[in-house]
Design a protein around this ligand. Structure first.
Ligand SMILES: [Fe+2]
Ligand SMILES: [Fe+2]
Length: 475
């Protein structure tokens, strides 16, 4: 079950050829997908040979296959983690029942909505990143961008498979609509706000893959707990792909910081203006990018109190992060959770029913995980002997969803006036000027092993290849 059949038009490990109707429907969707990739995928790079990994099985050692591939020829397909014998619904009102192999009728609409929302983010990020290949700081980075792009394409396949197989005509229509919505489009945008933002430069790309792909990790972890077994299995395999995306983000920011530190030390400078004169990104600008991506991403978890979240949990559709490792009753009735609310101009804690606060629970787990990586970035600063430290802004800062939407909160968590916000926002979020400066550094570096001036080389190459390996052949 774990090995993948590559002899078929659509590679898969789900015995697709045994279900002719489904196979035909997906083969009908496939050329539309490829057309979308041509139109909306990586700009000007369809003919490059890229050193990509392709899954050969869904076991942990299944990543062995690396080779140069033209992206439109990448073998996108349907790969589910192996079925677990005797798996059960592990939480909610159906806890203890056998996991569902089919969609339970009463949860059909909610499940479809969950799958469509997840699926929509996958092609969205490819669209957001489509121009970045033109300004890659190295071949190594260019290859990583393309690896992420093809895998996000495959994640779309993963969700489209579920829609086609389990949701009939509605599912097929939803699968088509995935190719028609576009990131940032006026008339037909992507579903979630963060996926309609631009990813204009490589610092934004690294921040996106660190913060926003990590949102993906937490959503997928919660869905991997689902009582609907095919969703669980598909998410479990997607998670193995997601790990690389977050690595690209974390190491990309880390290398940017490292290079800035080298220059600061070498010239004995700290003033951001002087740092910029050396053609690297000042730490203050890195902090502002961090503030932006952190705040936009935590909005993705939704409102802090949500009856939908309660329903998704109680009906066994979406669990918590690491649900099965937790030791409570996995029903949560009568349990409480502390959320923040505004009272008399101050943020104060308030206890609410846990079931309604599950978005906040997932957001808090996410924040903890995000901060761990920020601390690793701070180690780079510490090692370089630089006093500056990066930090996550307060979770009420710059929010557009939930009870802080529309409020002005400083990065250190004080409720402030509109005037104070306006006077300081350019120190807290990237200004036009910051973005223009970062954009001015973006120039394409194509020579193997060479790096743009603003970023340090990676510690090691991909798949034990040297850093100066020809990761991309431009043809
Ligand atoms: Fe993804
Ligand atoms: Fe991802």
């Amino acid at each position: 079950m774990s090995s993948i059949n590559y002899s078929e038009k659509i590679p898969n490990n789900v015995n697709l050829s045994e279900d002719r109707t489904l196979q035909r429907a997906l083969e009908h969707w496939q050329p539309n997908y490829l057309q979308w990739w041509q139109d909306m995928g990586p700009d000007g790079s369809q003919n490059f040979d890229v050193y990509l990994r392709t899954a050969i099985s869904t076991t942990p050692d299944g990543w062995a296959q690396f080779g140069h591939v033209k992206m439109p020829d990448y073998r996108w397909g349907i790969f589910l983690a192996a079925q677990e014998e005797g798996r059960q619904v592990n939480f909610g009102e159906h806890k203890g029942e056998a996991a569902w192999q089919d969609v339970p009728g009463e949860h059909r609409a909610n499940l479809r909505r969950i799958i469509v929302t997840q699926g929509d983010t996958e092609p969205a990020s490819v669209e957001q990143q489509r121009h970045l290949g033109l300004t890659a700081p190295s071949q190594y980075d260019l290859r990583n961008l393309f690896q992420i792009n093809v895998e996000e394409g495959r994640h779309l396949w993963a969700m489209v498979y579920l829609l086609h197989k389990y949701f009939g005509r509605d599912g097929r229509e939803e699968a088509e609509a995935m190719l028609h919505r576009h990131s940032g489009s006026q008339d037909n945008p992507r579903i979630l706000e963060a996926f309609n933002e631009e990813t204009p430069d490589w610092l934004a790309f690294y921040m996106f893959t660190y913060f926003t792909d990590r949102d993906g990790k937490f959503q997928l972890c919660a869905l991997a707990e689902s009582g609907f077994d095919p969703l669980s299995r598909t998410c479990r395999f997607m998670l193995t792909e997601e790990a690389h995306h977050m690595f690209v983000g974390e190491s990309g920011v880390s290398r940017t910081i490292q290079r800035t530190c080298e220059i600061m030390k070498q010239h004995g400078i700290e003033d951001p203006e002087q740092v910029r004169q050396q053609g690297v990104i000042d730490l203050q600008t890195i902090q502002r990018y961090l503030n932006f991506h952190f705040s936009v991403t935590i909005d993705l978890f939704g409102a802090d109190q949500s009856s939908n979240a309660a329903t998704f949990y109680s009906s066994g559709l979406k669990g918590r992060y690491e649900e099965t490792k937790r030791t409570d009753d996995h029903q949560l009735k009568g349990d409480h959770y502390k959320i923040l609310e505004v009272r008399e101009g101050k943020l104060i804690e308030k206890e609410v029913p846990m079931l309604n606060a599950l978005n906040e629970v997932l957001r808090d787990d996410y924040i903890k995980d995000s901060i761990a990586g920020i601390n690793r970035w701070n180690k780079v600063l510490e090692k370089a002997g630089i006093a500056f430290r990066l930090q996550a802004p307060h979770k009420a800062f710059n929010r557009h969803i939930g009870s802080f939407a529309g409020m002005r909160v400083s990065p250190d968590g004080r409720i402030i006036s509109e005037a104070e916000w306006q006077a300081n926002v350019r120190h807290w979020l990237p200004s036009e000027e910051d973005r223009a400066y970062v954009a001015s550094l973006m120039g394409r570096v194509v020579e193997p092993g060479k790096m743009a001036n603003w970023i340090a080389p990676p510690a090691i190459g991909i798949n034990r290849q040297p850093v100066d390996f020809d990761y991309v052949r431009f043809n």
